[in-house]
Design a protein around this ligand. Structure first.
Ligand code: ZN
Ligand code: ZN
Length: 98
């Protein structure tokens, strides 16, 4: 129970993110305590590498879309699935260099 409370606190501060699709927690890689700001994660389906992306444009779009409904966003998370640079460059399945 203590552990989950601590995680809740870290998540509220934006220091830890929860990835629903992986059912996993991830330490924030930005280190700027961005709170509940919307963030985007690029998740490699091959090696499992997770990259936290700058999502300022996405943030603006979501904020204005929500504002038009008088909705206040408390948390937003985008999980992008695909192949990372490394996995694309060494694609032995297709035998084709990226
Ligand atoms: Zn973060
Ligand atoms: Zn990969």
């Amino acid at each position: 129970m203590q552990v989950y409370r601590a995680l809740d606190r870290l998540m509220a501060l934006g220091l830890v993110h929860r990835l629903e699709s992986l059912n996993a927690y991830l330490a924030c890689t930005r280190g700027d305590a961005h709170g509940a700001d919307p963030v985007a994660f690029a998740i490699c389906r091959s090696c499992g590498q997770v990259d936290e992306l700058e999502a300022q444009t996405v943030r603006r779009v979501l904020r204005s879309a929500a504002a038009s409904r008088s909705f206040e966003i408390e948390a937003a998370m985008l999980e992008l699935t695909g192949l990372c640079r490394t996995c694309r460059g060494f694609d032995t399945v297709n035998g084709a260099p990226a």
